[in-house]
Write a protein that binds this ligand. Sequence first.
Ligand SMILES: [Zn+2]
Length: 280
Amino acid sequence: MKLFKRQQPPFAKHSKRDIPTDLWTKCESCGQLIYNKALDENLRVCAKCDFHFPLPARDRVDLTLDPGSFEEWDAGLVPGDPLQFAVPRPYREKIKEEQAQLDMLDACVTGTGTLAGRQVVLGVTDSRFMMGSMGSVVGERLTRAIERATDNKLPVIVISGSGGGARMQEGMFSLMQMAKTSAALMRLDEKDGLFLSVLTHPTMAGVLASFATLGDLIIAEPRALIGFTGPRVIESTIRQKLPDGFQRSEFLIEHGLIDLIVHRRDMKTTLAKITEMLAP
Ligand SMILES: [Zn+2]
């Protein structure tokens, strides 16, 4: 029998894990704990290290277009389950869960609105919904938006936040969206249309390898991770250490993949200036 029982220190009940997540967010770049209200007021940019957190698609629309001008297109399109994909869990179930949680039917919002008074077509992918991956609905919405822009001679802006690339659960139906969106952009280009591609953290794989790098101008937010395969996979494949900042916006502008790096607070005015200069 123990003579003394070890008492739990009173603070043991309140570990770091108990910090209410609805009040604070930890910066994934510098580790700073940021009060959510302050983060929202700063457009979800870390005030300490300037890391640009991913933005929900509808917030991005609000930040880009003139207030109240957005008219959404094809909002009712819903993904099918052509492969009856079931591993590690049924695709149908996963989709339903994401739809309910995020109040959107798939990872992309498209439509038209005005940017500093000029009508534009806007598409935004949302990295929260299955990592912003492109399945048949994302590809179809973007393609229809680009086709309407071509018919009506409107500039197209697509803001990508897609860590997931092509959506593996839809197999070939997903991969063919890469060709479909690219072909639609080629037809826009043949009619001298303008396409501005904005890459945000993260934009990867099949999204980067199709429409996202076909912009007349390719603009990125600071320090966004942009690449085909992620740095960890590359390092473990080639067994070499990658250079500092590899696949970040600042590295990519030096190597010619992107044309401009624009801070979130300046994005709307920059897009407005460019469309005014270059739109047909
Ligand atoms: Zn930070």
